[in-house]
Structures are given as structure tokens and as C-alpha cells.
Design a protein around this ligand. Sequence first.
Ligand code: OXD
Ligand code: MN
Length: 585
Amino acid sequence: MIIKHKKLLSWVKEMAALCKPDKIVWIDGTEEEKRRLEQEAFRTGELIELNQEKLPGCVYHRTSPTDVARTEHLTFICTKKKSDAGPTNNWMSPKEAFEKGRQLFKNSMVGRTMYVIPFSMGPVGSAFSKIGIELTDSIYVVLNMRIMTRIGSAVLERLGKDGEFTKGLHSKADLDPNRRLILHFPEENTIWSVGSGYGGNVLLGKKCLSLRLGSFLGNKEGWLAEHMLIMGIEDPSGYIGYIAAAFPSACGKTNLAMLIPPEGLKKKGYRIWTVGDDIAWMRIDTDGQLWAVNPEAGFFGVAPGTNSKTNPNMMAAIRSNTIYTNVLLKMDKTVWWEGGDPPVPDEGIDWQGRPWRPGTDVLSSHPNSRFTVPARQCPSITNRMEHHHGVPISAIIFGGRRARLAPLVYEAFTWRHGVYMGATMASERTAAQYGKQGEVRRDPMAMLPFCGYNMADYFKHWLQMGKRMARPPKVFHVNWFRTDENGDYLWPGFGENLRVLEWVIDRCRAGVGAAESPIGYVPRVEDLDLNGLNLPNGTMDKLLEINKIEWKEELKDHREFFKMFGKRLPKEIWDEYRALEKRLA
Ligand code: OXD
Ligand code: MN
């Protein structure tokens, strides 16, 4: 491969002088290269080959037991001014961060190979797309990036002699959590990640580039990088309405993005098209509409709880060409996890490499164990995946896990009101999370851990985007998690959620009614197609109820949350706050 990009060559040379790898290998993205890297990883034990009859093309990997999730407390936004990172991010000055990083990267690749991965987020060559180069000493990272992004020679060709690219440097180093840092330098389009081998920390195209640097670039260049799934809902006439939806982690984005319509709606002619399950990049086109692409090319999904009932499409996708991380390795070299399809295996090797049998309280798989799978293997995947233009977005949906308060679904009065809805998004802690159960955690637009700049400026950017659009999407809020007096869920969820999405899409086409309430437009029971659902009497009323006393309490919490942004918070947010207060009075 002849590299013509001088700046790229000198940067690779400089980073190699710091990390001191034994050799440098440029990744071309071919099948032959993949096979060679897999064979090498099988030899060293970095990967285990799975049962090729039952799981063709699948491999298995274990991370270090202290390296199993994103480490938010070690993740920094390194802008010159602290105020540009804002009150919701960890901040370090670029000078200090580069110094600390340099100490950790120094000689970190001795005895190892440095792989140079050219990758494109979004279809290669699309106006939506961004190119990055990740330098890494991990074959696991190369093989994951191969699935999650578009990699190889085509990207280098596109970059040409002097194209702009994000400089990503990753080394596992010694995987010591005390010597781990995930550093973002938005002002220099650079990411340094050291001391981890866990996906969210090391697949630099994902959270680091597509969300943290992406949101920073979006603000600068006038587009949106969001923690959102994208899906198309095809109605009986053949019209496909696309939605983008933000939910905090562990609220079912992946399952929703590829849901199977319930029998009645399927018969009516409804069909789902999956575009993405985690990230949306959205731009305003000359038609005044918002268009979205999924910058990724694969899914990095949580295994536990995924089964043929909760997500049949995903189960079909992960039968081949999938990387499994930290799940149970069965004796026949297939895999299983808690909440997976039955039967529970009699024995296996757990995620830490120890013999495992059911009936003990030891988990076979880490709760954040994962599969990495090419998006094209999902039976519901859209045929617009490589469309440079993406898909037009009719509706934006925000959601959280609220046992009370938020009705099943409601619609914002205006874009500005919708921005307020997103900015006040919140979720309750579940038993699975650290902290007081039921406690509300604010997570604006599900971007709290991912916004690469001051969140007050981020709200302002959202408000401005609305002003620039001739036809902005309608904005909605959903809550699948409302419970009754006994703590049981009122709404069945999963495929049935399509009944709510049907109303959402109909609202965008002005085809269905709603009642006006202080918090927005709420469907009346008769506005939803509930045929075949057979919920107990009164359940729908409870699901759609708005309790003004609870909402007034909620409002106090909004105020407390917004105070942290001080004067930088846009005036329009306070205007919306006061308008809501007045409607609730
Ligand atoms: C993810 C996350 O892995 O949000 O997508 O943590
Ligand atoms: Mn996510």
C-alpha cells in the first residue's frame, strides 16, 4: 500500500516513536487479512475459535475482569477552557492530558504490533461521513472496528493526499485501571485511549468519535450527533416514516430498533426497517427537513436478556460472523448468557475463564457482556444503509424509565418545547444499578456521558437547529415503564410498542387525534389501535394519566438541574420552564 498523505505518515511515525511497537501493519480491510489476524489471535489466546458448524465465522474473547464497561470517571474532555467542557464533563487541560497520556503510552507497544486502521463513520465518501485513523495494539480492536465501521484501503483512497481525519491512538498497555485514561481533544480532533480493552473505551469510532467529538463538530458545523436509534415504520400504504429515538443506556434501544410487529399490526401491513440502534448523525437538507444516517456498520449489543422473544431479529443476526465478549463458553464451543434462549447449559466456562454450573449465584456471563455483529445480517435491516443521504426523520422520540409521572406517550407543542422535553429527560435507577432505587437521574437527550462540550451550548444548538428547519420533526416522549400500585408494569412493551409508534407516525401525517394537556398532546384511548391487546379495564387510563401534583414536584427538580448551567443556559429553556409552570397552575 502506498500512502500519499504526508501528515498521516508523520503522525503515525511520531506515535510509533512514543509507543515503540516492534512493527507497524496498515489494515486494508480484506478477507485474507481478517483470516490472518484471527489465526494469530487464536495462537496467542486473544481469541478462541467457536464451533464453526453451529456458529460459522464466530469468535470468542474475554476482557480483563477489571475492564468490562465504559469508565466514565476516567473519561475526559480536554478543551483549553474548562467552561467549554461544561459542568457535566470531567475536564483536563490539553497540556496536562497530553503529558499524562504520553507517560502511559511510552513504550506501551514494545513486543507488539501497531495496527493502523483507516475507518469511515458513515458510508465512505458521503457528505455525512467522517474519517478517522485508529492506531491500536489489539487484534480484537481491529476485528471489532472491521464490523462496527467501514475500514481499509477505500477509506485511505478517499482521504487522498491531505484529507481531514480524526487522530485516534489506543494501547491496551498493561490494562491497569489505575493507569487508564480516555482522553478527548475536540480542538485538535484527537482521541487517546490507554489501559483498556473494553469496546466502549477502545472502539474509537463509537462513543469517542461519533458522539463526543461528533457532537462538538456538529455544533461547529451545524448538524447533530445523537445517542439515538433510527428506524423506519412502513404502514399499510407502503409509506415509511422514520423516527430517531434517544433512551438512556439499558432502556431497550436495540430491541425497539428491530421490533417485530404484533400479529394484528403485521396483518394490517406494518413492517419495521432497522437503520441503527445507538447513534444518529442528522443534517438539514435543502428541502428544510432533517435527514439521518447511522454512522456505524454493526451492532455492539448487550447479550444478557437477548433471546428469541425479546429480540428475534438479533438472534437471527448473531448466528454467524459475530464476536462474542465475556459470555459463557459452552463445552461444544457455542455460547450462552443469562436471559438467553433455553435450555440453561449444564456446564461451561464462565466469562472469567472458570468452570461454571447452573444453580450457584455466580453469573455465567458479565451483565455487560456483548456481541459485535455486522448490521447487514439483521433480517430487518434497511436497504438504505449505504445511502449517502440517509433517511428523512419525521419524529424524534425521547424516553426514560419512570415508574410514575410520564404517560405512555405525549407530543410536544413545538420544537422548542420538544427541546425542553429532551433537556429534562430522566430515568429511575433500577435494582441493577448502584445508588438509591427509584432515584431520578437526569440524562438530557441520553447524552450525559457523551456530549463533548458544554451542555448549555448543546441545548442552544438544538434550539437553533429548529429555527433552521422549514419542516422540523415532531417531538415526542415515551415511557414504557409505568407501574401500578404493586410495582408491576402496566404496558406489555416489546412488539406492542409499535401501537404507540403508529400513533406517532399518524400524528406526523396529521391523521389521528389527541387531547391537549398541560405537558403536551396525549392520545385518547380511542386514538390508539389496541386491537388484540386485551389489557385489564382502566389500564390505559392509568397509562395516559397526568398527575398535576407529581408534575409540580418534577418541575422543582428541573429547576435544580438547570441551575448548574448558570447564565450559559439559553433563555428559551427558562421560557419553556415558566410556560409549563403556568399550564400546570
Ligand atoms: C452503549 C452505551 O454501549 O450506551 O451503547 O453504553
Ligand atoms: Mn449507547
